[in-house]
Ligand binder design. Sequence first.
Ligand SMILES: Cc1cc2nc3c(=O)[nH]c(=O)nc-3n(C[C@H](O)[C@H](O)[C@H](O)COP(=O)(O)OP(=O)(O)OC[C@H]3O[C@@H](n4cnc5c(N)ncnc54)[C@H](O)[C@@H]3O)c2cc1C
Length: 344
Amino acid sequence: MDYDAVIVGAGTAGLSAGSSLERAGKSYIILDRKEEIGLPVRSTGAVSLEWVKRIGMPTDSSIVASEIMAMDFRTDLGRHIPLKFDRPVGLVYDFTRYEKYLSEEFAGKLNVKLRTPVKSIDGNTVTTDNGSITAENIIMAAGPQSAFGQKLDRSNVLVAYEEIRELPKRDDFQMILWFSDLAPGGYFWDFANTDDTRKVGVCLYPVNSQQPKAVLDRFTEKFPEIKGRMLHTMAHQIPLSRPSDSVVSQNRLYTGDMVNAVLNTTAGGLQGAFWSGKAAGEAVAAGDLNKYQATWDSEIKPWLMKHHVLHRKIHKNGAKSVNRYITLAKLMPKSVKKQVFGGL
Ligand SMILES: Cc1cc2nc3c(=O)[nH]c(=O)nc-3n(C[C@H](O)[C@H](O)[C@H](O)COP(=O)(O)OP(=O)(O)OC[C@H]3O[C@@H](n4cnc5c(N)ncnc54)[C@H](O)[C@@H]3O)c2cc1C
């Protein structure tokens, strides 16, 4: 065999798996069809600091675009719940720098081969445009739209669209989420970025063939405070289904968006991708693939399931039920409120 493992995909899950293998001194190669690590930008990059620390994601200041100390959850029916903290509770990564850091500095320089689309996988053989590679194990980290993954149910996939807009830094909140019936199943967001730009976007279940850009434009007309010249755009899918039950099949380990490792409440998948990639890499390094399934069953999946169930409840009746949850949240004692929202 050429390698202990081939990793398909150099996003968060694949780079995290590669970091585990690099640290364990195993032979591996990460293959990706893209031209450059971190591009195109794939994510807003917002993560909870508590979870980042718990699962060992990087927090180096060179990859952090902004820290979140104040956030506001709003509905367009007029309810909102502002939360201010005396310390950062979240981070927004500079996404390109974050992925480059994972591939070059986090665990040392990883063995990544770019511009290499994987065409087929058969047993221990991975075939690319440039020939075949053999490996004991294959770590699948190819994202939500991969032909090698499960076929995702369209009704459980959010479409997400974001624009970096020229807008002044806000003094009040670094993160605003608006729940609105214009964005069924999802929300609109306004996140801090640089001093003169903010990340403004929407994720929603695609209904009536609505284009997310058109929805964001309509929302912007309603809330001119997020109106600004568009500098960059990004669009992708976010799987919001129940997390997979089985993540290991023969010599293949499935990670990240491929197994719906996405927190359904926030549509955040970076932490699930990182954690599942790390656990898959550690299992391969230990020579015990079932170790990954065991970590998934006992730690990763229960965490994802909590968010999955809550998301179903919150969005049951659109913005009306979000309104109700905000009313309930307002009744929580301050300490509980900070614990719940600070730990998301
Ligand atoms: C607009 C938007 C905003 C988001 N914001 C956030 C956020 O703020 N916080 C958060 O936590 N999550 C966010 N997410 C979700 C998060 O980005 C994803 O869950 C996460 O990137 C998934 O990581 P992954 O490694 O599983 O897949 P990906 O990051 O998609 O990586 C998959 C990689 O596989 C490669 N690949 C695919 N097929 C092949 C092939 N055949 N051959 C070779 N290479 C292949 C791709 O090129 C890609 O590099 C957002 C998503 C979107 C769309």
